[in-house]
Design a protein around this ligand. Structure first.
Ligand code: 5GP
Ligand code: ZN
Length: 123
């Protein structure tokens, strides 16, 4: 039976990255956010930006200033990765229909090639 007192941060993959318990290639970091390369990049630039504190998704009562800071940091990451002039996509998946697989808020920074329009339902 699941322990109702269990802290999701204990087992969360991205919290483990924040704690240094799992390796990552860090692109940007400040007091409240961390950006690191996606382990399975789907385009030439594929970096993830997360708050260092655990929130399940962007819909999990995240303080507005933190949510804004995550997106602001994502634009800095785009500049660090050299796609700020050519354009890029910021994407955050939420829940099952949104195809969220890691339940810790993250923004994908996607670029380095022209992206598909990609807003359609699954095949
Ligand atoms: P989601 O589908 O939840 O929006 O995206 C989760 C992303 O996290 C995926 O692109 C996946 O490749 C990435 N990911 C999953 N586990 C790890 C990991 O342990 N390290 C890193 N760097 N990325 C991960
Ligand atoms: Zn977490």
């Amino acid at each position: 039976m699941e322990n109702p007192a269990a802290n999701p941060a204990d087992t969360c993959t991205f919290c483990k990255i924040v704690r240094g318990e799992l390796p990552s290639t860090i692109v940007y970091e400040d007091d409240t956010v961390l950006a690191f390369e996606d382990i399975n990049p789907v385009v030439p630039v594929h970096t993830l930006v997360i708050p260092k504190t655990h929130y399940q998704s962007a819909a999990a009562d995240v303080p507005e200033d933190l949510l804004g800071h995550v997106f602001s940091a994502a634009t800095k990451v785009a500049a660090i990765k050299g796609v700020d002039k050519t354009g890029y996509r910021l994407l955050t998946n939420i829940g099952e229909d949104g195809r969220q697989t890691v339940l810790h808020l993250h923004v994908h920074v996607l670029g380095g090639t022209q992206l598909s329009i990609g807003m359609s339902p699954a095949d």
